[in-house]
Design a protein around this ligand. Structure first.
Ligand code: UDP
Length: 312
């Protein structure tokens, strides 16, 4: 019988905690491994009472000494917001290299399927739009984002080569901008920043002229995509995201309107290497996984605003 014990590294983070919750609801036994650096115990506190859930405080940069085996291993453990990885570049590189190696070794020994949480950042500041998985990207290997972009690119390379050399069944999710409840108000990402600023009546800080675009996927949709990918037999990278594209300036206006805030918009310097446009081509996810997002941006944003209101 298939081992339904599932390990989620980075399970106390924003996406990880929603994933743990979803897997538990499906009746699985879930072990969350997290060093609680950008993740928080608060995100999984409500799961600690569940007999099928366990939290192990551990940094994947060190070897995993978990006794029991697992049938599936999700690796989401990494700093992921630009503010966090600018502050912790080496830790980000180590998680994407030593951390990925250690977890792949564990999956190999356990004969577990292994899903690596990669990112749309592998495309850098893309010259192709929308981005297909076949696009190799436009990444500055020594720029401020390189610690994250190159770590994830290396992680993908390591995963495919563990698959070739050691037959570890790997899945690679290229996750585009995701949002929803449990994002941290101070993690520096655009939606938590704008929503917190709007609720506090402070000016919304638009970087550059706000003409850059992003495509935002609601976290419940994303989690379903991750689970479908893990359960598929598709071993090449798959974009997971919502193709609805929005300019940052329009996002700011929408958040002001939806919160009923009287905040103004101020313009700040655009960070170096900030991608100008980003939008996933999800044809592979649709074909191979039968997955596409179903939650509208406005509904997701409403739930996110409600969460930030309650958290205040
Ligand atoms: N951004 C902004 N104001 C903020 C935070 C972010 O205008 O207070 C912009 C940022 O420059 C980028 C986009 O919003 O173009 C998304 O930024 P985020 O940090 O959420 O993630 P990224 O997609 O860049 O990894």
């Amino acid at each position: 019988m298939e081992n339904k014990r599932i390990i989620v590294a980075g399970g106390s983070g924003f996406i990880g905690s929603h994933l743990c919750e979803f897997l538990l609801k499906q009746g699985n036994n879930v072990v969350c491994v997290d060093n609680l650096s950008s993740g928080s115990k608060k995100n999984v506190e409500h799961l600690l009472y569940n007999k099928n859930f366990e939290l192990i405080e551990h940094d994947i940069v060190g070897q995993l000494e978990i006794k029991a085996s697992a049938g599936q291993f999700y690796n989401l453990a990494s700093y992921a917001s630009p503010k966090d990885y600018y502050e912790h570049p080496l830790e980000t590189l180590y998680a994407g290299s030593f951390g990925v190696k250690n977890t792949l070794d564990f999956a190999r020994a356990s004969k577990a399927k292994y899903l690596f949480a990669s990112t749309s950042e592998v495309y850098g500041d893309p010259l192709e739009h929308p981005q297909k998985e076949s696009y190799y990207g436009n990444v500055n290997s020594v720029g401020p984002r390189s610690c994250y972009d190159e770590a994830k690119r290396f992680g993908e390379a390591l995963a495919v080569n563990y698959s070739k050399r050691f037959s570890v069944p790997v899945r690679i999710a290229r996750i585009f901008n995701t949002f929803g409840p449990r994002m941290q108000a101070d993690d520096g990402r655009v939606i938590p920043n704008f929503v917190s600023q709007a609720l506090d009546g402070k000016p919304l800080t638009v970087y550059g002229k706000g003409q850059q675009t992003r495509s935002f996927c609601y976290v419940d949709d994303l989690v379903k995509g991750l689970v479908k990918l893990m359960e598929s037999t598709y071993s090449m990278p798959v974009n997971l995201g919502n193709p609805t594209e929005l300019k940052v300036i329009d996002l700011a206006k929408k958040i002001i309107a939806m919160t009923g805030s009287s905040s103004e918009i101020v313009f700040k310097t655009l960070p170096k290497d900030d991608p100008q446009r980003r939008k996933p081509d999800i044809a592979i996810a649709v074909k191979e996984l039968g997955w596409k997002p179903t939650v509208s941006f406005d509904l997701g944003l409403k739930k996110t605003i409600d969460f930030f209101r309650e958290a205040k």
